[in-house]
Design a protein around this ligand. Structure first.
Ligand SMILES: Cc1cc2nc3c(=O)[nH]c(=O)nc-3n(C[C@H](O)[C@H](O)[C@H](O)COP(=O)(O)OP(=O)(O)OC[C@H]3O[C@@H](n4cnc5c(N)ncnc54)[C@H](O)[C@@H]3O)c2cc1C
Length: 422
């Protein structure tokens, strides 16, 4: 057990899943917490995701099998992966570092670290959803990887072996067993993998809002305002905001998701090696008298279809591009065509199409810890594809580190010093 440091006030920048979870973990330990976000809770990346909380997400994109897949990916053969070449070339340092982690030793470190973070997050989410009064938003019936051919299924062998090694509960299904689980899927999938160690929610935004509302009942504050400047002084930090406020705190947490990169560079000149794995979503109505019970990932179609309060949410795979570049409409249209081959779908809902960015560091692990060279500035960012799942585990680890408590999981793989120097 470490020595408890004296901490009273914390300002958390960003009210996505990660920021709100950090605030909850800190508030539950008695700290005074204010969360700032101009959009309010859960309105950005934590709004648009597929809402899957899965142990299978321990597999990073840059696993050792990536090398064999790379030629096809670069030729645009996989609808789940697009890239904007000029932007990617400009990110060559990130790209080389990302690829250098697609080797066995780094893969083992990342999968072990993510498994611990996901498992910790799973139990915290379960507890918090009950305490926040939003447990009804959660389904615990897993999710499905769908394969359109035996060859596609065989190509997923490495992933299945990895999940088995970590004891993730899965079941291989043939077409008949899949029909029993999801009778309204079209008969185009001879094989499927049912990841049973997985849950999902029917509205990621409402889960973050539910957590934020609970935070407020516990005495935390959530302000609709934007942090525009951080000033360090002997007593801690002053956070200046767009609305003209100045908030004093002993500690500041940066949980700005994809905005973290520009913010840290603008404030401190820090070069965060973060790329944007952009993704889109669109809502479609299920065809009359059809139901999808759980999220499905069509591995050949490169999309996820997830039942949500708004209808069926179709999310695309990855597009490597600048955070604020216009959306790649072709990727979303291709995902919709592929989804219509898989499931009888009705019209689009009136919800607008959405674009967001998965914030990804080269080793596919988030940064959780104190920023090198900046006392009492804490980082909780870089959660790539799994920040909705892993927000609570991040919050717990960050609070334990800040207060000098014993940590539930090993903090070492998440230390900011991996990529930032004092
Ligand atoms: C298509 C898609 C599907 C996904 N599916 C899943 C999934 O199924 N499961 C899963 O676990 N993860 C999924 N993810 C990943 C997940 O959504 C992200 O990892 C997670 O939402 C990141 O949360 P965050 O809190 O770090 O960032 P965000 O949710 O983006 O929050 C950052 C917040 O910072 C705010 N902000 C920006 N600038 C400022 C400022 N100056 N001052 C104050 N606030 C500011 C923004 O308004 C924003 O609300 C998916 C992502 C995408 C794109």
């Amino acid at each position: 057990m470490g020595v408890t440091r004296a901490v009273q006030r914390v300002v958390v920048l960003g009210a996505g899943m990660v920021g709100v979870a950090c605030a909850l973990s800190l508030r539950q330990r008695g700290l005074s917490v204010t969360v700032l976000d101009p959009l309010g809770p859960g309105a950005a990346t934590s709004h648009g995701n597929a809402g899957v909380l899965a142990r299978s997400s321990l597999m990073p994109f840059n696993h050792p099998g990536l090398w064999a897949q790379l030629p096809a990916l670069l030729r645009g053969k996989n609808p789940g992966f697009r890239y904007h070449l000029p932007w990617v070339l400009g990110q060559w340092r990130w790209g080389l570092s990302f690829l250098s982690h697609a080797r066995t030793a780094a893969f083992l470190e990342t999968t072990t670290a993510l498994d611990a973070l996901i498992r910790e997050s799973g139990s915290v989410h379960r507890r918090w959803m009950v305490e926040a009064g939003i447990a009804q938003r959660r389904r615990d019936d897993g999710w499905l990887f769908l394969y359109r051919s035996q060859a596609g299924f065989d190509g997923g062998a490495f992933g299945r072996e990895t999940l088995a090694r970590f004891g993730v509960a899965t079941q291989v299904l043939d077409a008949r067993a899949l029909r029993e689980l999801e009778p309204d899927l079209k008969p185009v999938f001879p094989r499927a993998l049912w990841v049973q160690d997985a849950s999902s929610v029917d509205s990621p935004t409402e889960v973050v809002r539910g957590y934020a509302a609970w935070l407020q009942t516990l005495g935390g504050s959530v302000l609709a305002d934007e942090a525009t400047g951080l000033h360090r002084h002997s007593g801690g930090w002053t956070v200046h905001t767009r609305a003209g406020s100045s908030l004093d705190a002993e500690h500041v947490v940066v949980a700005l998701g994809p905005w973290s990169r520009d913010f840290l560079r603008g404030q401190f000149g820090l070069k965060l090696p973060m790329a944007f794995e952009r993704g889109q979503h669109r809502h479609l109505r299920p065809a009359k008298d059809t139901v999808l019970n759980r999220p499905v990932y069509d591995t050949a179609g490169g999309y996820v279809l997830a039942p949500m309060a708004q209808g069926l949410r179709l999310t695309t795979g990855v597009e490597l591009n600048a955070q604020h570049a216009p959306p790649h409409k072709g990727q979303l249209e291709a995902a919709e065509r592929a989804a219509r081959e898989a499931m009888p779908l009705g019209e689009r809902t009136t919800d607008p199409d959405w674009l967001g960015s998965r914030p990804t560091l080269p080793d596919c692990r988030p940064m959780i810890g104190e920023c090198p060279g900046h006392d009492a500035l804490w980082l909780a960012l870089g959660h790539q594809h799994i920040g909705f799942s892993t927000g609570p585990g991040t919050g717990e680890l960050l609070a334990q580190l800040m207060l000098g408590e014993a940590t539930t999981i090993d903090p070492h793989p998440f230390r900011p010093q991996r990529f930032l120097r004092a």
